[in-house]
Ligand binder design. Structure first.
Ligand SMILES: Nc1nc2c(ncn2[C@@H]2O[C@H](COP(=O)(O)OP(=O)(O)OP(=O)(O)O)[C@@H](O)[C@H]2O)c(=O)[nH]1
Ligand SMILES: [Zn+2]
Length: 367
């Protein structure tokens, strides 16, 4: 039997390539493309790509970013900005990244492409999002997919088809237990830390188990998303730190429960993008608007992963500590029964009052 990469392995490699600035090849029904992430593109890579495809080089950006730039978006969720011979990596980043707008205010006018299709461009943006970098990509297209495929084969580039990207995005992700050990904490002596690894090469997530919760009934659980600024820095801009500690205290008081620590920083956009969002918030945009301006949805988290961990630990029901109905819905949809929603309201203060109000008004959070 021949050795072959799985769908997850190929897509995982493509995400890593985009993060380090290496080109990838995409093929689909509409043709083929070579792609570089806007965030990591260099002038040297750009010149190489331009030499191969001088007439069909575009910068794909989200339609929301295009709106801000007053560039026409003909392709629904994205716009294809045609790149001219003088457009360099600096121009590309300034065009793609709204958090640079104050530093580089003069851009455009832009010519956006209308002819052809944007299917491969959309795939490129999806992969960039999954790689937790800016959803923007330099895309060189060919109507014959054989040409970029051949370039990729010769250069040893990661090559993947439309089908593979979609299949990976739809696939249920299994969470494998890797290791676990006893960790007494200031909240509870009887603590254990379990590490789980998804089979798609993405971030590991952790479960803190306190005591020996019964598998037969609903477990008191908190599905906490990583917030470096709140959990570690003690930031006052959000309520994450106080929520984390209050959840641990409540679990410890009951003597048994689970806190899932999901590495879905910044509601799934990653810390680098979250700091871009914070820059936009300092310019007056709220937490939802800032995500949108960067080209993300207000919430990019996949709550199914938390449910998968609970199931892997032997739980089928929870008393879920949250104010977010989307977490409850996702648990249920993933086969973990939510016997009770336990509100978790702590840490409101002058710096996060507007943030919490925005989440209630725009993201359905319960007050
Ligand atoms: N993009 C973005 N993420 C933020 C911002 N402030 C906090 N976060 C992230 O938001 C997430 C908050 O997670 P949680 O507290 O688990 O979730 P929640 O949706 O508020 O729901 P509950 O706390 O369960 O009610 C963390 O991943 C933070 O890093 C922000 O302004 N922008
Ligand atoms: Zn936070």
């Amino acid at each position: 039997m021949a050795l072959g990469l799985s769908v997850e392995e190929i897509v995982s490699r493509a995400r890593a390539d985009l993060r380090i600035g290496a080109p990838i090849a995409l093929t689909g029904a509409s043709g083929g493309a070579l792609v570089l992430a806007a965030e990591t593109v260099t002038d040297r890579r750009l010149a190489e790509l331009r030499a191969l495809a001088p007439d069909a080089l575009d910068l794909a950006i989200s339609h929301r970013r295009a709106e801000t730039l007053r560039a026409r978006a003909y392709d629904g969720a994205l716009a294809r900005v045609a790149l001219g011979p003088l457009d360099d990596a600096r121009f590309i980043r300034a065009t793609a990244d709204p958090s640079l707008d104050l530093a580089t205010p003069l851009k455009g006018p832009y010519r956006t492409r209308r002819e052809g299709t944007a299917e491969l461009h959309a795939l490129a943006l999806l992969l960039a999002k999954q790689a937790r970098i800016l959803p923007a990509a330099v895309v060189a297209t060919w109507s014959d997919p054989a040409r970029p495929a051949a370039i990729a084969a010769e250069a040893g580039l990661t090559r993947l088809s439309e089908l593979v990207v979609h299949r990976a995005a739809d696939a249920a992700i299994a969470m494998r237990p890797v290791s676990a050990a006893r960790v007494p904490t200031r909240f509870a002596e009887a603590g254990r830390c379990h590490v789980f690894r998804p089979d798609d090469g993405a971030e590991e997530h952790y479960a803190i188990e306190v005591g020996t919760p019964k598998r037969s009934g609903p477990v008191l659980a908190r599905l906490h998303s990583a917030c470096f600024t709140g959990d570690v820095m003690g930031s006052l801009k959000c309520d994450c730190g106080p929520q984390l500690h209050a959840a641990m205290e409540q679990i410890a008081a009951e003597g048994a429960g689970v806190l899932l620590y999901m590495n879905q920083e910044g509601r799934g956009i990653g810390l680098a993008n979250k700091m871009r969002a914070y820059q936009l918030q300092d310019e007056g945009f709220d937490t939802v608007e800032a995500n949108h301006r960067l080209g993300f949805e207000d919430d990019e988290r996949d709550f199914r992963l938390g449910a998968e961990i609970l199931k892997a630990m032997g739980f089928s029901g929870v008393r879920l500590m949250t104010n977010n109905p989307a977490k409850v819905a996702m648990m249920e949809a993933s086969g973990v029964h939510v016997a009770e929603r336990v509100p978790l309201k702590v840490g409101e203060g002058e710096h996060n009052r507007a943030y919490l109000a925005t989440k209630a008004a725009k993201s359905g959070h319960l007050l």
